[in-house]
Design a protein around this ligand. Structure first.
Ligand code: MCN
Ligand code: CUM
Length: 787
């Protein structure tokens, strides 16, 4: 697909305009400002000694040799952090985690000792001279084994590996419907462990000013304000003396929501040494120790009538959280938003149960575009529905059309408790079917099968849940979530708007400006968007869960409308008319009937500061903390066509059509870019990527040499289209979109491959669908060709 950009980022550009991304100029010129680009006077560097064992007692740490190396400034151990109460810190997910261990290590690659030196190389050299004596302990890497009585216990602070047990839905009703059903289909799925693999590894620079007592930390964070609060709570430094700055971020994709040990140790070291301390993870350090995602062992069952009517859904999950990042609160967030697993279907009853386990693996199990368990949920239901169709001998498209929640049922209350805002699932699927020529492809498949060729068609009609979130989510996340937007119009009509979110590549500088331009009629080049600095931006909860459009986008619209209300009063004063007689049209105010005699928003801005009407405060600005009334529920239908080579097991994705619906669109080019990026990521999930460990907890790989991420060369041409079903509760009718394709597409790829092999007796293959796996299956089924 070629992206056509029709408009320069100049002039008034509102909703739906395909303008170029304002931020791209600095990125294309290599002038972005990432954490590692920042150099402060007197700055020193931090490196970690990391554990070679997945589970071992620390018997002794000898730093003598390292200390004598020229350029070494300090060496910090867990014992030192313990004295200042920083050996353990709370995670943002309710659990706590080790910053540096005092007694034992719990995964391979864990930070053990920190070295501070004059430069990065000396720091790593010194780290290699530190002698840590370990006594290996028996590790556990299989979450099922971890939950057995006899298992070694991972955490020194717990006496069980059980992180939580969570369930939702009506078990009785579900079980009853399963008994009444004509068909029950059940299948196990393993959604493999993945790494986010953003371009920029995580890092921080902490700078403590001993005179003012202010701690400034530049870090790769998707949620700087939340990190500031956590830092204040753990360090006891007042929150107004901590400033977190997230400069440009080279991708986050969920992996930069957390607080990592490096952030904390660099802050501690800077306070101790009175010098700025930089820590930047290397690629392989990052790939071995930062937050991993998925690692979900799913067992799903679906009950239906002979005619294909789905009755009920039953799912049991064991989720592997590694050593940390589980949820100590045994209730809700641990299972995240997995309860969206009834998907796009009108299912009477459902019951899900998720059990979390600790293993001797790096912390894992939460976000990666988006795994607040939405990806796993969509994968499970879309695979199950496909298997059901095949079992019943029905066409998978027809089975879906039969069971979709019909448009007239929205707002729709799902069996697991969500109220879907809006949807028209059949429209999206039909559009995708038309675009790809579905029925012709089915004919082609039939003919090819007669000739012994392997071709498959896979559909996924997913429903996403984004925009964390409304107050009634309190039960799930433990806080009432909001988001902020502050807009200031200067006397000359130029704008600075600041947000609590933090983009990592999503184009907020452009799309937030478009929202303001839409409502206030100010040219986008006159609007500067700022995010990521806790000293200047209003408090916000950050960018993840595709929440920026649903929450901050809404806050921007509300702030702009507040400004417009005031601007109207000022315009009335300038035009010597009554406010009721003022007409507003894209940046211009005039008295009803005389459009030629107008005042611009810029005239109004100047008057707001120089000549405000009597009784009206000077200035033209507004701030909004927006409490979303509900989540938004974007959706879509994806269709994938594959051909499989019978000699090698190689899969070729011949065609892929993605029809997305994210309600009203702010910038179609950005939205398409997001979808293509996410499809490419999921191509990696389906065909290439997996983080694996042996039974001793040794990671296989842990660098880009072994962890294959796709490029434009491996991936097919993505063909995109849209339907538009606005969100009824969002001020602009928009829903989030960024994670739709990672949520929706893995099932489409796998469904296509299984569809190609079903007649050979293949029901399921776990991702990644490596050619050798397929070849082995073909061999087992006697279908390998020697040609
Ligand atoms: N947009 C739009 N119209 C809509 C919806 C969205 O024009 N109806 C635009 C938005 O204005 C914004 C972009 O699309 O510029 C994404 O908006 P949204 O869906 O609200 O998602 P967020 O901005 O909150 O981004 C978060 C999301 C997440 S959670 C992950 S994970 C992910 C993703 O963004 N990480 C990314 N996309 C990424 N893209 C890049 N380049 N880098 C990452 O780290
Ligand atoms: Cu769910 S990964 Mo994103 O939410 O940052």
């Amino acid at each position: 697909m070629t992206v056509e950009i029709t408009e320069e980022p100049k002039g008034v550009h509102g909703m739906g305009h395909k303008i170029r991304r304002k931020e791209d100029i600095r990125f294309l010129l290599g002038k972005g400002n990432y954490v590692d680009d920042i150099k402060l006077p007197g700055m020193v560097y931090l490196a970690f000694v990391r554990s070679p064992y997945a589970h071992a007692k620390i018997k002794s740490i000898n730093v003598e040799k390292a200390k004598t190396l020229p350029g070494v400034i300090d060496i910090i151990t867990g014992k030192e952090l313990e004295k200042v109460g920083l050996a353990w810190i709370p995670t943002l997910m309710g659990d706590k985690m080790m910053v540096l261990p005092t007694d034992k290590v719990v995964y391979q690659g864990q930070e053990v000792v920190a070295v501070i030196a004059e430069d990065r190389y000396k720091a790593y050299d010194a780290a290699s001279l530190i002698e840590v004596e370990y006594e290996p302990l028996e590790p556990v890497t299989d979450p099922k084994k971890a939950l057995e009585q006899s298992s070694p216990i991972v955490r020194p602070d717990k006496n069980t590996n059980l992180v939580f047990k969570w369930e939702a839905g009506n078990k009785e009703e579900t079980d009853k419907l399963f008994k009444e059903a004509d068909v029950v289909v059940s299948q196990g799925f393993y959604y493999q462990r993945l790494h986010v693999a953003y371009m920029e590894p995580v890092g921080s620079i902490a700078h403590y000013d001993p005179v003012s007592g202010k701690l400034t930390i530049w870090m790769t964070s998707q949620a700087p304000h939340v990190v500031r609060t956590v830092f204040s709570l753990v360090t006891k430094i007042p929150e107004n003396k901590i400033r977190i700055i997230s400069p440009d971020i080279g991708g986050g994709f969920g992996g930069k929501v957390y607080v990592y040990p490096g952030y904390v140790v660099s802050a501690h070291a800077s306070i101790k040494l009175g010098r700025p301390v930089k820590w930047i993870a290397t690629r392989s350090e990052d790939m071995r120790s930062t937050a991993f995602a998925r690692d979900y062992h799913i067992h799903g069952e679906i009950a239906a009538k002979k005619d294909g009517t789905i009755l009920a859904l039953r799912i049991k999950v064991i989720s592997d959280h590694g050593a940390f990042f589980g949820d100590a609160n045994p209730s809700k967030f641990s299972a995240g938003l997995f309860s969206i697993c009834t998907g796009s279907y009108d299912i009477k009853a459902a019951h899900v149960e998720v059990v979390g386990a600790h293993t001797n693996k790096p912390p894992g199990g939460i976000a990666y575009r988006c795994s607040f368990r939405v990806t796993e949920a969509a994968y499970a239901i879309e695979r199950l529905v496909d298997i059901l169709a095949h079992e019943l001998g029905m066409d998978p498209a027809e089975l879906r059309l039969k069971n979709f929640i019909p448009p007239e049922k929205f707002p729709y209350k799902s069996a697991l408790g969500w109220t879907y805002d809006s949807g028209n699932y059949a429209a999206a699927l039909k559009k995708a079917m038309d675009k790809i020529g579905y029925w012709e492809l089915r004919k082609e498949q039939e003919e090819k099968r007669k000739r012994g060729e392997l071709m498959g068609i896979g559909i996924s009609s997913f429903t996403e849940i984004v925009g964390a979130g409304p107050a009634d989510l309190f039960d799930i996340v433990g806080i009432k979530m909001f988001e902020s937007a502050e807009i200031r119009i200067h006397p000359t009509g130029k704008v600075i708007a600041r947000f609590g979110t933090r983009a990592q590549g999503q184009g907020h500088e452009t799309t937030y400006a478009q929202i303001i331009s839409e409502i206030l009629g100010i040219p986008v080049e006159d609007i500067i968007i700022e995010e990521g600095d806790t000293d200047t931006c209003p408090y916000g909860l950050g960018t993840y869960a595709s929440r920026s459009t649903p929450t901050a986008g809404a806050a921007a619209a509300v702030s702009a409308k507040k400004i417009l209300d005031k601007a109207k009063k000022i315009a009335a004063h300038l035009l010597e008319a009554r406010e009721e007689d003022i007409v507003y049209e894209k940046g211009r105010f005039y008295v009803k009937g005389s459009p030629d005699k107008f005042k611009t928003i810029q005239d109004v801005a100047l008057a707001a500061y120089t000549n405000p009407p009597p009784g009206i405060e000077a200035g033209l600005e507004a701030i909004t903390y927006y409490n979303p009334p509900n989540m938004t529920f974007p959706f879509g239908s994806y269709i994938c066509v594959v051909d499989i080579d019978k000699g090698t097991g190689q899969i070729k994705v011949r065609k892929f059509v993605a029809v997305d619906d994210c309600g009203n669109i702010i910038n179609p080019v950005i939205v398409d870019g997001q979808i293509m990026g996410a499809l490419t990521m999921s191509f990696g999930t389906a065909f290439l990527e997996e983080i694996r460990y042996d039974e001793n907890g040794n990671i296989y790989g842990g660098s880009f040499a072994e962890y294959m991420i796709p490029t434009a060369i491996e991936t097919p041409k993505w063909e995109l289209d849209k339907t538009i079903t606005p969100s009824p509760h969002h001020p602009l009718g928009a829903k989030g979109v960024d994670e739709s394709a990672t949520v929706g597409s893995p099932a489409a790829f796998v469904n296509a491959v299984v569809d190609a092999l079903w007649h050979l007796g293949v029901r399921h293959i776990d991702m990644p669908l490596w050619p050798w796996k397929i070849w082995q299956i073909l061999k087992e089924k006697g279908a390998v060709s020697d040609e």
